[in-house]
Design a protein around this ligand. Structure first.
Ligand code: GLN
Length: 288
């Protein structure tokens, strides 16, 4: 039997030495995953039996090899939902919760708004919107054949939990034929597109485990966004809203690109909780 305090201190030291960014929290969350308990409950935990202690040690070694924490626990929290994640799908980030909140603010008060999430990955934004605005009709688009298996799994889990079902669609956000049945009717188009500039240095967890299709966006990171603007302008109703997440360095270049596209009003950029430029929003010209 091992005392949880000692196990955690030892594990945190091992993870810190391996360069893991939040070693103590990761150690605690791995122990929680093994024991099926919460971080609060760890405070009053008795001894850890040898079986779970060995499983914990193995997970700590994998984390030290920089496998993402969420791949080891199998889940990522996002607003009020838990998403299944693993190899083949982009792990949703906490900072993306903000743009999902922005979508919810835009549709607050609308009985049956239509929302399209382009490049949905695990389904995070789409499923959070459906979860928090039950009347919303949400379509989630993903081009990566590996990732969409996770989207479908998560959508089925949320629907089984009672959320309004999200329509999951295989497709490319730059395709002029995508979702043409919705042309001119959508209230909000939202996207966390691949926006990392080619050649950027990424943490090992991201570079080795997030799917390349979800990350890389060409020389300035904005190649996919250029194609997405036309799709969004086609899908939205006049006055409908577009929100696009972007990289720290794109807080001027992305709003500028949207302005130059010529179809948009009220172009604005928003910061995340760490104060970093994080997403651009705009309204399709021609409505009130
Ligand atoms: N924010 C992601 C990262 O930190 C990149 C996500 C994206 O390209 N959409 O790696």
């Amino acid at each position: 039997m091992s005392a949880p305090r000692g196990l955690l201190t030892e594990a945190a030291r091992r993870l810190a030495a391996a360069g893991v960014e939040s070693p103590r929290v990761d150690a605690e969350l791995l122990l929680c995953a093994v024991l099926g308990t919460t971080r609060t409950a760890l405070l009053t935990l008795g001894e850890v039996p040898p079986g779970p202690a060995a499983r914990f040690a193995a997970l700590v070694e994998e984390r030290a090899a920089r496998v993402p924490l969420q791949h080891l626990t199998g889940t990522a929290p996002f607003r009020h939902v838990e998403l299944a994640v693993g190899p083949g799908v982009f792990v949703p980030r906490p900072e993306t919760e903000l743009i999902a909140g922005w979508v919810l603010d835009r549709i607050a008060g609308l009985t049956a708004p239509t929302v399209v999430d382009l490049g949905t990955g695990s389904g995070a934004i789409a499923l959070a919107v459906a979860n928090e605005h039950p009347g919303a009709r949400v379509a989630a688009v993903e081009r990566d054949a590996g990732a969409i298996e996770w989207t479908r799994h998560n959508a089925a889990t949320r629907a089984a939990a009672g959320d309004t079902p999200v329509e999951v669609l295989a497709g490319d956000m730059t395709d002029p034929r995508l979702l043409t049945a919705l042309d001119g009717t959508v209230d909000v188009v939202v996207s966390n597109p691949p926006y990392v500039p080619d050649g950027a240095r990424l943490p090992q967890e991201v570079a080795d485990h997030d799917p390349p299709l979800a990350l890389w966006g060409g020389p300035d990171g904005l190649d996919v966004v250029r194609g997405l603007l036309g799709t969004a302008a086609r899908l939205l109703r006049p006055g409908g809203w577009l929100g696009i997440e972007h990289a720290d360095q794109q807080g001027s270049s992305l709003p500028e690109l949207v302005r130059r596209h010529g179809r948009w009003a009220d172009v604005a950029d928003h910061r995340d909780l760490a104060g970093r430029p994080r997403y651009t929003t705009a309204r399709l010209s021609g409505g009130q």
